[in-house]
Design a protein around this ligand. Structure first.
Ligand SMILES: Cc1cc2nc3c(=O)[nH]c(=O)nc-3n(C[C@H](O)[C@H](O)[C@H](O)COP(=O)(O)O)c2cc1C
Length: 210
């Protein structure tokens, strides 16, 4: 009996460890430096000609996510949200999997293994970007609080601030980016099992350009 309990515990322990191992703990973001703001504004632009052979290293990914929507104060973020609802979340589609970004822990939590970059868009360059960010609204946390399963103007504005943060970060780092309204939202939502509470707002491709 003792043996049975022990082996059951071992199985549970290894399954838990395995699930945890599939998440990615990102390095602390570097919150200083970069190009001067006026230079970033001068260089901000949409680029779509991604170099598919180049990936983002973990440090750059961490810096990008922090710049997009990280905590820059105890409980507030680099992008504003209407009435500070902070209902936005980011899905990070990398070659190895699709992840939720846990901003407090700076951990990428595995949603599904595999390359879903292509499925975040409908244009040919999308699959070539090193990473595709998908901005998602968690309806119960939003202003409508779940009474209305629709996106509001406030949510679109929130996503716009996040997108501009990505643009400025990319201008600073010499990366290419394009924000995208063309996202097959229903298909992607089903594919990743997002459920009815999580609505996709916009996506944004980021990567090195040719
Ligand atoms: C809300 C929004 C949605 C967009 N959707 C797409 C898109 O689905 N695909 C795309 O290639 N570009 C998209 N763009 C990028 C615009 O085409 C681009 O910003 C515009 O041509 C101006 O170029 P610039 O960003 O270099 O100033 C979108 C831009 C915005 C603001």
């Amino acid at each position: 009996m003792k043996k049975l309990i022990l082996s059951a515990l071992t199985v549970v322990f290894s399954l838990t460890a395995c699930a945890q191992n599939q998440d990615i703990k990102l390095p602390e973001p570097v919150k200083t430096g970069g190009k001067p703001l006026m230079d970033c504004l001068a260089e901000r632009k949409t680029l779509r000609d991604f170099d598919e052979t180049k990936t983002l290293d973990r440090q750059t990914l961490s810096n990008l996510l922090w710049a997009t929507y990280g905590y820059n104060r105890e409980d507030k973020r680099t992008a504003p949200t209407s009435r500070n609802k902070q209902e936005m979340d980011i899905i990070v589609a990398l070659p190895e999997g699709a992840y939720w970004w846990d901003a407090k822990m700076n951990v990428l939590k595995l949603i599904a293994k595999g390359d879903f970059r292509k499925q975040t868009g409908s244009q040919p360059f999308v699959e070539k970007a090193a990473v595709n960010l998908v901005f998602v609204c968690d309806i119960p946390r939003s202003e409508t609080g779940g009474d209305n399963q629709k996106l509001t103007e406030a949510t679109y504005a929130n996503a716009g601030f996040m997108s501009q943060n990505v643009y400025l970060f990319c201008a600073s780092e010499g990366l290419g980016t394009v924000v995208r309204g063309y996202v097959p939202k229903d298909e992607l939502s089903k594919l990743l099992g997002l459920g009815k509470d999580k609505l996709i707002v916009l996506a944004q491709s980021v990567g090195y350009v040719k």
